[in-house]
Design a protein around this ligand. Structure first.
Ligand SMILES: O=C(O)c1ccc(O)c(O)c1
Ligand SMILES: [Mg+2]
Length: 628
């Protein structure tokens, strides 16, 4: 199936858009009239430019306010159409989108509209062109794809067909299954868009908040399944009006769109039986089964300080890489790799960002299959020369230059710690930190959709609801993506000002992704006691916090006193308790969190974030609270 994207969907000049669209792997573009008019090339030049990028023009759009006008406006509309037909022929495209009229003078009437389209079809046919009719959700008389189809059906002309747009159908909560009874060869074009569910005016919602399939809350898969059930074989095309994308990086937005289309069609072929459809062939989404390791790039005195911090947290250095300056630290099921190499990817990461997380290893059922799926979704393979005795661990680039490695139970990969690090089989229990609870990535707000799409298209992962994290200096939006069994949880934290703690971290580290790692324990008080004996200092929390806690929750006085002494924060969800504590910042602005979840608490303690952040900021300004 041809993959296409409307030029309105991304930012830049037409030429920049074409570069980005071609690089992302699309077959064609819907050319938005404005984009073409703004370019100073003739229609023929623009057509050539598009084809020189290996793209075709799948659609010319939009042609507005055409149908059911009274004379003399009706004749004028036909004249306008003829002029657009001239342009289309010069551009080299045969299909125009006519969107349903919003003209105040439009008379309406299915038969009147059908007559106008029949006449337009006759004119188009003379030039070998085709006309597609789309119901805008806010069209004056036609605002439902079922009515648009009735117009097309009655127009009864081979050069007149229907254009479907998932936004207009799903945004109006129309049943997408009503599409199933339309003959596929009468559907000329299909536009796809998702959107977050927000109650607002349809037109405003459509023009500003659309996003890529999978990024929003509409059931675009169900819509597309219905389309495929008709036997439709034309292009699938993204038409995304989004304020953020208009100002975003055209290359990454185009790549996100491509990723969303591949994932969407994969979901469709897996759920809608379609004889003969050959789109399958990419490995399915699989669950991420666990965090196998987190790798930090470090060097010199920073690495020494980091070793001290890891030791204070109860980690033990269990192995040294056979041929590289890379150490393996472990506690329970947590593996931290510290890479001090002076060449290669980790070295480049250290040079750019100082001590920071440069690589995340995830456990999956089949590492090679995950890499195959990731590359089909547009991710880049990651490869480094490997030395004698080293394993080639499947890996891809994540977003913003990050790297993800994949380990599975296959014989070689499961032995990596023994093979490369001579690590013993038994894990040190340390201070009782058992596993990685979650990894918190910090990013600019506009990258959040890209990251959540990245994870949810690659893995069986669900998005948790977006929560607001209140930093005294601004808002940070936080959204978790989680594998079904909770084995892998990643929180995506989007900052849009450098004044927030997250934003300052981003600026100071040139966009390092991971700002903190949360470790789980079964007994936070016992663990903190052991850590304290090892010299680990928790983040101090204001005494006011504990007074408030007593008012908010029905907790034993003894417990609150214990939390206060240990620097533990508390939250609760339907009676399920959650305890969390934070470290002070390490070099590079990284910090860790220690959590104890019980009875299925599923959140991240978001209500505590303002107090945690305020304390971190006090410390970083050198105004630590006096000990009391
Ligand atoms: O917002 C609009 O006007 C508009 C134009 C063309 C489309 O295909 C569409 O879905 C919306
Ligand atoms: Mg549309």
């Amino acid at each position: 199936m041809k993959k296409s994207i409307a030029t309105v969907s991304i930012s830049g000049t037409l030429r920049e858009k074409l570069e980005a669209i071609a690089a992302a792997g699309y077959d064609g573009i819907e050319i938005f009239e404005q984009d073409f008019i703004a370019d100073d090339g003739s229609p023929a030049d623009v057509g050539r430019l598009v084809r020189d990028h290996g793209l075709e023009i799948t659609l010319f759009q939009p042609f507005r306010d055409f149908e059911t006008l009274p004379e003399p406006a009706r004749s004028k509309a036909f004249d306008r159409a003829e002029r657009k037909f001239d342009v289309m022929q010069e551009l080299g495209t045969d299909l125009v989108l006519v969107c349903s009229s919003v003209h105040p003078a439009a008379l309406g009437g299915i038969n009147r509209a059908a007559d106008d389209f029949h006449a337009l079809g006759e004119r188009a046919a003379q030039r070998g062109l085709r006309v597609g009719y789309e119901a805008l959700a806010w069209g004056r008389h036609i605002n439902d794809h079922r009515d648009a189809w009735e117009v097309v059906r009655r127009a009864d002309h081979p050069n007149v067909g229907l254009i479907l747009d998932s936004f207009h159908t799903l945004g109006r909560k129309l049943d997408p299954d009503s599409i199933r009874s339309i003959p596929g060869d009468r559907i000329f074009f299909v536009q796809l868009a998702d959107a977050p569910l927000i109650e607002m005016d349809l037109l405003y919602w459509s023009r500003h908040f659309r996003n890529m399939p999978g990024e929003g809350d509409l059931d675009v898969t169900r819509f597309m399944r219905a389309v495929m059930a008709t036997g439709y074989g034309g292009p699938i095309s993204l038409e995304i009006f989004n304020d953020q994308f208009r100002g975003g990086n055209p290359r990454s937005v185009a790549k996100d769109g491509y990723r969303s289309l591949v994932a969407l069609m994969d979901d469709v072929v897996r759920t809608e039986p379609m004889p003969g459809l050959s789109e399958a062939g990419i490995p399915p989404r699989v669950p991420a089964e666990g965090v196998a390791f987190v790798e930090l790039a470090s060097r010199g005195s920073e690495a020494e300080a980091l070793a001290g911090d890891l030791d204070a947290m109860g980690f033990e250095k269990v192995g040294q890489h056979r041929s590289k300056s890379v150490a393996l630290w472990q506690q329970g099921d947590i593996r931290i790799v510290v890479n001090e190499e002076t060449t290669g990817y980790a070295a480049a990461s250290w040079n750019a960002r100082g001590t920071s997380v440069c690589d995340i290893g995830l456990t999956v059922s089949d590492a090679q299959a995950v890499v195959t799926r990731a590359t089909a979704l547009g991710a880049e393979l990651f490869e480094q020369p490997i030395s004698e005795g080293e394993l080639a661990i499947p890996a891809v680039r994540g977003l913003s230059g990050s790297v993800l490695h994949f380990l599975d139970g296959s014989s070689d990969l499961s032995q990596v710690w023994r093979t490369e690090f001579d690590a013993p089989e038994d894990a040190p229990a340390g201070a009782g930190l058992t596993r990685i609870d979650h990894i918190a990535q910090t990013m600019s707000y506009e990258d959040m959709l890209s990251w959540s799409l990245f994870y949810t298209t690659l893995f069986e992962m669900k998005k948790a609801p977006m929560v607001d994290v209140i930093d005294p200096d601004g808002l940070v939006r936080s959204q978790a993506v989680e594998s079904g069994n909770g084995a892998v949880k990643i929180t995506l934290n989007g900052a849009d000002t450098h004044r927030t703690l997250a934003g300052a971290f981003l600026a100071d580290t040139f966009g390092a992704a991971v700002q903190h790692i949360a470790f789980a324990t079964d007994d936070i008080f016992a663990t903190l006691e052991r850590l304290s004996a090892r010299g680990f200092a928790t983040l101090p929390i204001s005494p006011n916090y504990y007074d408030d806690l007593a008012a908010r929750f029905d907790l034993a006085d003894g417990l609150i006193g214990r939390m206060k002494r240990a620097g533990v924060l508390y939250d609760e969800e339907n009676g399920a308790p959650f305890f969390q504590s934070y470290s002070r910042s390490f070099s590079g602005g990284l910090f860790v969190e220690i959590v104890q979840r019980s009875k299925g608490y599923s959140g991240y303690g978001a209500p505590n974030a303002p107090f945690r952040i305020a304390s971190q900021k006090r410390l970083s300004r050198g105004k630590a609270m006096p000990k009391r």
